[in-house]
Design a protein around this ligand. Structure first.
Ligand code: ZN
Length: 248
């Protein structure tokens, strides 16, 4: 199986990253690691070059946009562009009006910059959208981004259906294990457009425990229960969808 989005390059894994990766290897769980700073990008590239089941993406998280100075932002974008050949996708990038509504204008600008890079290099784009799913979809359509994944999706079912009808895909995170809204989405969305992710270290399905990529198997189990189909079928289809999206 593949965890379609996680942050194992984050500091939260510094203490026991090898053990976490070893658990992935033993369980047959691949990881798409998402870097959002220059330091995590460097670490992520080390991980993906030394582990054949780890893949890297890199972007600018919308929450960071207002917290980085202009030249830091530009340096990060440069760094991403220089690493583009070692990445399986660009992002996460997008719009988050829950975490930070004040920087909306800057967020739009940076999102468009990353989306344009994705277009320029014909790469898939991982989108982070919260409180702005519909707007993010408009940006993608306007910029004619070919492949996009709405990661950790939590918006409305109506918008989700429009995303899917536009040919983009949606990834549900491990909050599927405890959120009624996410279970509702999992029940209604076409399996052909669904991916599963943990967004580790966040959104653990186990209270008080840090999330990690192998827990994506817990989501597969939940999704199987919700849809009334075998877990192996969920694993097969969501992994195929993820591989197809990232081209891995
Ligand atoms: Zn993330």
């Amino acid at each position: 199986m593949l965890d379609a989005h996680a942050h194992i390059s984050f500091k939260k894994f510094n203490r026991d990253r090898d053990e976490v990766l070893e658990r992935c290897r033993r369980a047959g769980v691949g990881v798409v690691d998402c870097a959002v700073t220059r330091a995590t990008l460097e670490r992520s590239l080390e991980l993906s070059s030394s582990h054949d089941f780890v893949h890297s993406t890199a972007g600018v998280h919308p929450y960071k946009v207002a917290r980085l100075e202009r030249r830091e932002l530009e340096a990060l974008l440069d760094c991403i562009e220089r690493s583009v050949e070692q990445l399986v996708a660009l992002g996460e990038a997008g719009l988050d009006y829950h975490l930070d509504a004040e920087s909306a204008e800057e967020q739009r600008e940076v999102f468009k910059a990353v989306a344009s890079l994705a277009r320029e290099y014909s790469m898939p784009l991982v989108v982070h959208a919260r409180g702005a799913e519909e707007e993010a979809l408009h940006v993608l359509l306007e910029l004619e981004v070919e492949r996009a994944l709405f990661h950790c999706y939590g918006g409305s079912l109506e918008t989700a259906m429009r995303i899917v009808e536009s040919g983009y895909v949606i990834s549900l995170a491990t909050n599927l294990c405890f959120s009624e809204h996410h279970r509702e989405l999992a029940r209604a969305l076409p399996l052909e457009s669904l991916l599963l992710e943990t967004d580790s270290p966040y959104l653990s399905p186990f209270k008080g425990r840090r999330n990690e990529p192998v827990f994506v198997l817990k989501s597969a189990e939940e999704l199987a229960g919700i849809r009334g189909i075998p877990k192996r079928e969920v694993v097969r289809v969501t992994t195929r969808n993820a591989r197809r999206f990232y081209g891995i």
